[in-house]
Design a protein around this ligand. Structure first.
Ligand code: B1M
Length: 211
């Protein structure tokens, strides 16, 4: 790997947003393709962040700093990637389910997925089954990610899956669920395709579902 991409990965890991933004522009000026910088620089760096977060060697504030640095690089690359059609390989609609306003975990999951190269449509919090359905249809999403932090509103996950089925969309999207009270058993019971316990696992799960 070139020195500039190696340094970019280190700066991203250390959450140095300005350095990552500048290095991204420099790599483009030196003739590297936007796709190469995305895969080998930004995604490579976020993969390391994901691994260490999963292993408990990095904590939420550090991951958020890395995600911010990744965003600085993406701000430079996004127009070029969009132009070349390379950006929107897999679209993921994410949101916190109806009745639930917790969004810290959901945002972390969205940022890690974006860092892994997925296109994220974030519907925010308190997202009704109808809103999920509308977004999946309008965006032609490949995957739906639902987050829940309250046991009282967890049934909204099931209602959303049922709404996707009723709208005839269930066969065209995979569904991942997560959040503190959610378990693999609950995911199976409601007919989700997968459960992910944390943001780094959500990336691994999305990758394997889309493989
Ligand atoms: Co609330 N809250 N809260 N809260 N809150 C909890 C969740 C609670 C456990 C606190 C407690 O009682 N010990 C409790 C829920 C009890 C239950 O139902 N079992 C609770 C309650 C009761 C409430 C209110 C009802 C309080 C009240 O008003 N009486 C109220 C509800 C409001 C509503 O949503 N309608 C409420 C409000 C709030 C605040 C607004 C004050 C604030 C939220 C701010 C915000 O999100 N913008 C808040 C907070 C901060 C918490 C705690 C303290 C922290 C949650 C958090 O952000 N954790 C929480 C107690 C706790 O967890 N210690 C608590 C950090 C975050 C990174 O973790 O979201 O679990 P988490 O995400 C993880 C994984 O779960 C996973 O990845 C992340 C890590 O990598 N993950 C996914 C999450 N989503 C995923 C999706 C995936 C895959 C993985 O795939 C798509």
């Amino acid at each position: 790997m070139s020195n500039i991409l190696e340094q970019m990965q280190k700066d991203l890991y250390d959450g140095k947003a300005d350095e990552v933004g500048t290095a991204t522009q420099k790599a483009l000026d030196e003739g590297m393709s936007a796709q190469e910088i995305l895969s080998d620089g930004l995604i490579g760096g976020m993969d390391e962040v994901g691994k260490d977060f999963k292993a408990g060697d990095l904590f939420i504030p550090e991951v958020l700093m890395s995600a911010k640095a990744m965003h600085a690089g993406m701000a430079v690359l996004r127009p070029l990637l969009a132009e070349s059609g390379a950006l929107s390989l897999v679209k993921i609609v994410i949101g916190t389910i109806a009745g639930d306003l917790h969004d810290i975990g959901k945002n972390l999951v969205g940022m890690m997925l974006e860092g892994a190269g997925f296109e994220i449509i974030d519907l925010g919090t308190d997202v009704s089954p109808e809103k999920f359905v509308e977004a999946v249809r309008a965006e032609g999403a490949d995957l739906v990610g639902m987050s829940a932090l309250l046991t009282t509103t967890m049934p909204s996950m099931k209602a959303t899956i049922e709404a996707l089925t009723e709208a005839g969309l269930r066969d065209s999207v995979k569904v991942i669920v997560g959040g503190a009270p959610v378990t693999a058993g609950f995911a199976e019971d409601i007919g989700a395709d997968a459960y992910a316990p944390d943001a780094a696992s959500a990336v691994d799960t999305a990758r394997s579902l889309m493989a």
